[in-house]
Design a protein around this ligand. Structure first.
Ligand SMILES: Cc1cc2nc3c(=O)[nH]c(=O)nc-3n(C[C@H](O)[C@H](O)[C@H](O)COP(=O)(O)OP(=O)(O)OC[C@H]3O[C@@H](n4cnc5c(N)ncnc54)[C@H](O)[C@@H]3O)c2cc1C
Ligand code: SF4
Length: 509
């Protein structure tokens, strides 16, 4: 038998996969990364292709999902995943990716950090995560929105849009109705200063269609530096279809190739990883519990900003917010406020109770005063399960749902938020809607770190009963707070890879 293809095979080139690769190659380990995607769809495309799509995808009917999920690149990623992953949904939109860079091609780039309370039930301490947060922040580039160009501490900032700045000002001068309500400038993975290969944000506002400057972090960008290492190899178009244990692990791919390594690192995204492991897990009738964040979208109007134009800014989150609804550690929602003036008009015109031209005229007059708040609940408010689909071998179906009593909780929260909107001089418009589970794309908890039994993993993400099989994506995050999850997925992958790099046998020569 030939020797291993690498010390570690990483499956997936999304934020989790690249974050695991860096510490390993820095320690001299040989890493082979297999990814189902390839380099097609890089940011060299013209603006018309990014906005309309190579096959005019954006002219297809509005499917009711968020504007971010309807751009040509998002539709392409969702459709490939839905067609090839073998995962379906009932009351659940299974969002995943088989693309180089994973969902970071289309993410909103908003950043949150967990604190000691958020990880109280995890088998790790906050200090170990903190070090990784610092390394990842430094690598991907983070900026905060502000109503001035450079903060007193010299940190990276981007200008807030005028309507968001107005709302933040109101918040600072009027006491919240609920003492736990927080409103703050959003923190996003957007560059405010250029770096090699990535230009600073030019405030052109085209963010939804894929940043042409590379200012928004996308894990594809990291592959350029990883590939400079002699210890790193990336193979495109390699969709893993099975894993077999034989004194190490053999990965078979859809094209019939196979690769062997003592240790495998799964970074295929929570749904992709579940599909790959389905044959190794005793998923019985009750299904595999999946945590996701129930999500509410609320349209808002700032009458004081009516008929005023938007000011140049990016179209990702302008403001972040949080509000407690109970005494439990995780009983708080997190959210973001976006300026509608910088989002695609069509998505809003289609939902107005007016004809197209009347809708467009109305939208143009009020766009500068419109905002949308997106509110995320913690994963304990979801009731989603991954089931084997008995009718089709190897297929999974995710059944989405909400915790008992969630509707009452959501109504109470909307009332509490209404009081805050009023204080901020905002009118809540009709049309607040709860998204179909899955649309949030905040997934976790299928194979939690620290749990016992066949679905649990160690603090190093190693699947119980399957030595050498490590998982570094959201699957192993034990509980899902309402905060944005990707920074934590990346930091946890970095933390685990540092541990694997330290504890493994001698580095490759
Ligand atoms: C519209 C949208 C907005 C979002 N906004 C935010 C936000 O503002 N903030 C935030 O924190 N998070 C956000 N997210 C979530 C974020 O994108 C994900 O948490 C993050 O991308 C997860 O990273 P990952 O590497 O674990 O998985 P993914 O990004 O899904 O990457 C998976 C990788 O695995 C590969 N893969 C999958 N299956 C296989 C296979 N069988 N064989 C080989 N390769 C495979 C894929 O090609 C891909 O490279 C958003 C997501 C969406 C869809
Ligand atoms: S406004 Fe958006 S698309 Fe334009 S450079 Fe900035 S982040 Fe990129």
């Amino acid at each position: 038998m030939n020797g291993p293809d690498a010390d570690f095979i990483i499956i997936g080139s999304g934020p989790a996969g690249v974050s695991a690769a860096f510490p390993l190659i820095a320690a001299g380990r040989r890493v082979l990364m297999l990814d189902a995607g390839n380099d097609v769809g890089s940011r060299d495309e013209s603006r018309s292709v990014r906005v309309l799509g190579g096959d005019l995808e954006s002219l297809r009917a509005d499917d009711g999902s968020s504007p971010k999920l309807q751009t040509p690149v998002s539709r392409g990623i969702r459709e490939r995943f839905q067609g090839e992953s073998g995962i379906g949904g009932v009351g659940f939109m299974p969002i995943g990716s088989l693309a180089r860079g994973g969902l970071s091609n289309i993410w909103g780039a908003q950043i949150s950090y967990l604190d000691a309370d958020d990880i109280a039930n995890w088998p790790i301490d906050i200090a170990s995560l903190q070090k990784s947060y610092e390394r990842i922040s430094e690598r991907i580039g983070i900026s905060r929105n502000a109503d001035f160009n450079r903060s007193a501490e010299g940190e990276s900032v981007l200008p807030l849009g005028a309507t968001a700045a107005y709302v933040l000002h109101r918040h600072r001068v009027a006491k919240p109705a609920n003492g736990s309500f927080r409103l703050f400038p959003a923190v996003n993975a957007i560059l405010s200063d250029s770096r090699p290969g990535r230009a600073a944000c030019d405030l052109g506002g085209d963010c939804l269609y894929g940043c042409p400057n590379g200012a928004i972090y996308n894990s594809r960008q990291d592959l350029l530096s990883l590939r400079k290492s002699p210890h790193f190899r990336l193979l495109d178009n390699m969709r893993a279809v099975s894993l077999t244990h034989n004194a190490g692990w053999t990965v078979r791919t859809a094209d019939g190739s196979s690769f062997f390594a003592p240790r495998i690192i799964l970074a295929a995204g929570v749904l992709g990883t579940a599909a790959l492991l389905a044959d190794h897990l005793p998923i019985e009738e009750q299904g595999l519990r999946l945590l996701n964040s129930p999500t509410l979208a609320i349209p808002l109007l700032s009458p004081q900003r009516l008929l005023r134009s938007s000011t140049p800014t990016h179209s990702l989150a302008q403001l972040g917010l949080s509000l407690r609804y109970g005494d439990g550690i995780s009983d708080y929602v997190t959210g973001a406020i976006y300026e509608v003036g910088s989002l695609p008009a069509q998505n809003f015109i289609n939902r107005m109770p007016l004809g197209r031209s009347a809708g467009r005229a109305a939208f143009e007059r009020i766009a500068g005063s419109l905002l949308v708040a997106t509110i995320y609940y913690p994963g304990d408010q979801s009731r989603s399960y991954i089931h084997r689909d008995a009718a089709a071998e190897k297929s999974l179906t995710i059944h989405g749902g909400f915790a008992e009593g969630f509707d009452i909780l959501a109504e109470a929260l909307k009332r509490a938020l209404r009081r805050e909107w009023k204080r901020l001089g905002l009118i809540q418009l009709p049309g607040a809607s709860l998204a179909e589970p899955g649309v949030d794309a905040h997934f976790a908890g299928t194979l939690p770190m620290g749990a016992s039994g066949p679905f649990g993993t160690s603090a190093d993400g190693e699947l119980n009963f399957h030595p050498g099989l490590h998982i570094v994506d959201g699957s192993i995050i034990p509980d899902l707070s309402s905060k944005y999850i990707t920074m934590t997925i990346m930091a946890n992958a970095d933390r685990i890879a540092h541990r694997l790099a330290e504890t493994e046998a001698k580095p490759a020569s």
